[in-house]
Ligand binder design. Structure first.
Ligand code: AMP
Length: 284
């Protein structure tokens, strides 16, 4: 059993058009490959909700603000295809670069406001790259449903916003973050953690859970977050890039969790940048 791989936009469109003509609901799961159980959970959600499932694999150069990060990003197409084979994926779209960025490509999709803080403040251009490629992948696949992880919470909200603003006829579904048993959120970049950094890494989620519990009880954000930052540093992280409490829907800063809120963080350990986020109060 293997998954058909398509590299051409025209042939992808022809395949999807055939499915739609037969009345199928088509779902898409955009990825950059190096698939892990987090990605697989999105594929399973798509499989459960749709008749046909397209997974895309495109390492999008425009969303890497750091050339070394792009250079070292894992490229594992063969094993990715093997992981998808038993899941009933109908097509793996691995576009040739010119299928996404043809000669002379000059358009940028930029989602205002919600892209500005958090990762947007620390990774210049990142979310424009994400918004542009997601717009293209949704239009190229023509999927009616698309599945994204809450792991990248700011990205999920940006995608919801651009789909609304640009009238793209696609429903966005957010799926819960899949974690290691010790709480570390699965990420393709976790493979870069050495043994020491891997042992320290779960401290990020652990400190966030502690802060979220206090915030859910009505604690003020500033002292609760200062204490959590200190715990993360004391555990061995090199830097806490940000740790912030935001409104869960708008990402506006909030002082207390007196409405559905989200605690979001990025921190560096052993040369690897990890991100995480959790609901406040916690999801039941
Ligand atoms: P990436 O390949 O990192 O661009 O991620 C592709 C999709 O998988 C995005 O929608 C991510 O939010 C989602 N994803 C990544 N890690 C996880 C995880 N640990 N749990 C759930 N979804 C994830």
């Amino acid at each position: 059993m293997s998954v058909p791989i398509e590299r051409s936009r025209a042939r992808l469109r022809a395949a999807v058009a055939g499915w739609k003509a037969a009345g199928a609901r088509v779902g898409v799961v955009p990825t950059m490959g190096a698939l892990h159980a987090g990605h697989i959970s999105l594929v399973e959600a798509a499989r459960a909700a749709c008749d046909r499932v397209v997974v895309t694999l495109f390492i999008n150069p425009r969303q890497f603000n750091n050339p070394a990060d792009l250079e070292s990003y894992p490229r594992t197409e063969v094993s990715d295809a093997a992981k998808l084979a038993p899941l009933g994926v109908d097509l793996l779209y691995v576009p040739d670069p010119d299928q996404i960025y043809p000669e002379g490509f000059a358009t940028n999709v930029s989602v205002g406001g919600i892209s500005d803080g958090l990762c947007g403040a620390h990774r210049p251009g990142h979310f424009d790259g994400v918004a542009t490629v997601v717009t293209k992948l949704l239009l190229q696949t023509g999927a009616e449903r698309a599945f994204f992880g809450e792991k990248d919470y700011q990205q999920l909200l940006i995608v919801r916003r651009l789909v609304r603003d640009l009238d793209i006829p696609c429903t966005i579904t957010g799926c819960p973050t899949v974690r290691e048993p010790d709480g570390l959120a699965l990420s393709s970049r976790n493979a870069r953690l050495d043994a020491t950094a891997r042992a320290i890494a779960p401290a990020l989620n652990c400190a966030m859970l502690g802060a979220a519990a206090a915030l859910a009880q009505g604690a003020a954000a500033a002292p609760a977050l200062a204490a959590a930052r200190q715990d993360i540093r004391a555990a061995g992280f090199d830097e806490v890039e940000y740790l912030e409490l935001r409104d869960a829907a708008t990402l506006a800063p909030v002082e207390t969790a007196d409405r559905p809120a989200r605690l979001l963080a990025a921190a560096w350990v052993g040369g690897v940048r990890l991100i995480d986020n959790i609901a406040v109060p916690p999801d039941t």
